[in-house]
Design a protein around this ligand. Structure first.
Ligand SMILES: [Ca+2]
Ligand SMILES: [Ca+2]
Length: 322
């Protein structure tokens, strides 16, 4: 009997191992998808495998590696390669035509690749009578010269076609997740800011570190045109209008368009939003989070939506909600 029982034991062990393997294959540990090097550009620093970058036509993009100068890089772009200006520094001029022009930075020694999904935007002065190419934009020009610069019109708008919806704007978010909810044909237009995505990635990493496994956030509302923002009765200085805000919730189990029961009390309510809110609030006390400080509010479930948390990059700490 010994050979049989031994082979039976091995078979059971193999089955157990296979089931653990398949469970792990279904849900690999969360990866922040950060590289060994970081790149400084505009007013941001990113070490992520991919990030969306937004430039006006002919804008100069300066790239500066942050790795102590130890490694070498190959920097290439689909619309011409950036010019090396000194060790670890490159410069590139955005094309004149709006569209997506990825730039890739390869660390030669390790083969690690960073992709910057560069969108050349349609300059904001192309908006006429609050419309752009048949798409309703609304009023971006209400701010007076003495208003804070954060209320001025954005430099331009991303032209969105259906093919671009799946474009990554950071490792765990796509452009399509942030599109304004207003009903229209394509092309649609939108605004997004690099720092919002850097912030959402930090929050997502913190949420996973606290044991809430999720690959992205569900976004109830990302970008809003001033027209749409007004139509839903929101205040005109909402950061959504400048692509610097997102209303987020965790929708992993089940994926049903509704916040999950994160605190596992059998109910889905504002207390689940509260778990997310507290995680973000704890980040605000950390020094590395200083560039991402902003507004935050938690919202109850209504007949239109489930509980969610609003986060934005207004630059000062503001809190509201239940
Ligand atoms: Ca859910
Ligand atoms: Ca709950």
């Amino acid at each position: 009997m010994l050979p049989f029982s031994r082979s039976f034991t091995f078979a059971v062990m193999a089955l157990v191992a296979a089931s653990i393997d398949s469970a792990q294959a279904e849900r690999a540990p969360f990866s922040p998808e950060k590289l060994d090097f970081r790149v400084r550009f505009k007013n941001e620093v990113s070490g992520y495998r991919v990030l969306g970058v937004y430039l006006v036509p002919k804008e100069e993009l300066k790239l500066e590696m942050e790795d102590g100068g130890k490694k070498t890089y190959a920097v290439t772009g689909v619309a011409g390669s950036p010019r090396r200006i000194s060790r670890g520094r490159w410069q590139w001029t955005a094309p004149t035509r709006p569209g997506l022009y990825p730039v890739t930075i390869t660390q030669n020694e390790t083969g690690q690749v960073m992709t910057l999904n560069v969108f050349v935007v349609v300059p904001i002065d192309s908006v006429k009578n609050q419309m752009l190419n048949g798409y309703r934009i609304g009023d971006y020009f209400w701010a007076k010269s003495w208003d804070r610069p954060i209320y001025r019109a954005p430099p331009g708008m991303i032209e969105l076609t259906p093919e671009l919806l799946g474009t990554k704007v950071s490792p765990h978010f796509t452009l399509g997740q942030f599109v304004c909810k207003q009903v229209s044909d394509y092309p649609k237009y939108m605004v997004l800011r690099e720092r919002l995505l850097l912030k959402l990635e930090l929050i997502l990493q913190a949420v996973n570190a606290e044991g809430h496994r999720c690959d992205t956030f569900a976004i109830l509302s990302g970008y809003r045109t001033p027209w749409y923002n007004k139509s839903i009765g929101n205040v005109k200085y909402s950061r959504h209008v400048w692509g610097g805000a997102a209303d987020i919730f965790i929708d992993e189990n089940p994926r049903d368009g509704m916040m999950d029961d994160i605190n596992r009390d059998g109910k889905i309510n504002v207390e689940d939003a509260g778990v997310l809110y507290e995680i973000v609030d704890r980040l605000h006390r950390k020094s590395h989070y200083a560039p991402f400080i902003g507004g935050m509010g938690k919202y109850r479930k209504t007949s239109n939506h489930g509980p969610f948390v609003h986060v934005d990059n207004r630059g000062n700490r503001t809190r509201w909600g239940d």
